[in-house]
Design a protein around this ligand. Sequence first.
Ligand code: SF4
Ligand code: SF4
Length: 62
Amino acid sequence: MPRPIINTDECSACGICVDTCEQDVIEIVRDRATVVNEESCIGCGDCMDECPMGAIEDIEED
Ligand code: SF4
Ligand code: SF4
């Protein structure tokens, strides 16, 4: 199963990844992007492409 790997130290909590992900995988929790719905990730990579901080480092495949 794919899932985004988020470097929370780099996250500015802008919410772009939340808005970008059509699967509702990511939410802002305590001012950091957080994977809340991992099982719905389809590995499209859109969140990683759109993050202006480069905080989404990879889409990991288990
Ligand atoms: S797009 Fe990047 S900086 Fe913005 S909330 Fe998501 S992970 Fe954080
Ligand atoms: S890879 Fe695609 S489906 Fe998975 S969290 Fe990112 S935008 Fe959502």
